[in-house]
Ligand binder design. Structure first.
Ligand code: HEM
Length: 226
């Protein structure tokens, strides 16, 4: 094993990979949310359909998508390896262990929260990403050019109450996952500082709540107001 493989398969190395991929996925969420805000324009979905077409056809975005998939794969794989190592290191829990006294609920349930997000992602991609990339959507003509009507798919999906419920519940899980994950990433990267850590923690909480609220508002808006 060379030094590179050795470093990145060690526990510290895997934590660093989880931190870097986690922060990268956070940046994706911001870009994705800003793109989705096009849905609120009162233009019958024109801006959103043109934006989605750009995302589907731009070669740079396609390369970014591959990096995004790798980000998810490494993040999930390292989470599984680290959980298994933790369990193997302490197969029997301490008799007088009261984890709720010195750790948050989110930090003890990152695996459960991550699993809810993964199930959400599979449902989400199947409904939006797969037809957007591989066909199955109605067409719409905008200024003499034919586009896939992804906007219509969004509107129709968010008329279904249980679909909206899946999104809202998943966004609560995502918020808790990010609240712990954000500050934990900075710790794993060794960026612990008496002066800056409290700010990073507060910023992480605000970031997680705002981003997840932004995503949760979309299905609620289409269900109740459109
Ligand atoms: C209500 C909120 C959301 C809406 C309306 C929405 C909408 C969409 C749409 C329409 C696509 C297909 C775009 C295209 O391929 O051109 C897409 C793709 C995707 N979404 Fe979402 N999304 C939402 C929330 C989320 C969340 C919370 C996550 C992650 C946890 C996420 C992750 C992804 C990923 C990974 C892709 C594929 C990559 C991409 O096309 O950029 N989405 N989303």
């Amino acid at each position: 094993m060379n030094w590179f493989t050795k470093t990145f398969s060690s526990t510290v190395g895997r934590k660093i990979i989880m931190a870097v991929t986690g922060l990268f996925l956070c940046s994706f969420l911001v870009v994705h949310l800003i793109g989705n805000l096009q849905l609120f324009r009162n233009d019958g979905g024109e801006a959103f359909n043109v934006y989605s077409h750009f995302m589907a056809s731009n070669p740079i975005i396609r390369v970014m998508e591959i990096i995004l998939v790798l980000g998810f794969v490494f993040h999930i794989y390292d989470a599984l390896v680290l959980t298994r190592r933790n369990k193997a290191a302490r197969p029997v829990s301490y008799a007088n262990n009261h984890p709720e006294e010195n750790s948050s609920w989110a930090s003890r349930n990152m695996g459960l929260l991550g699993t809810i997000i993964l199930v959400f992602l599979i449902i989400h991609l199947w409904n939006f990403f797969v037809p957007a990339r591989f066909g199955g959507l109605d067409g719409v003509v905008i200024e003499d050019v034919e586009y896939d009507n992804l906007y219509l798919r969004v509107v129709e999906s968010f008329q279904i109450w249980w679909y909206v419920a899946i999104y809202v519940i998943s966004m609560v899980a995502l918020a808790y996952h990010l609240i712990h994950g954000f500050q934990s990433a900075f710790q794993s990267l060794g960026l612990d500082h008496k002066k800056y850590t409290p700010f990073i923690q507060k910023f992480g909480v605000a970031f997680s709540i705002l981003v997840c609220l932004g995503f949760a508002v979309i299905p609620l808006y289409f269900f109740f107001l459109v």
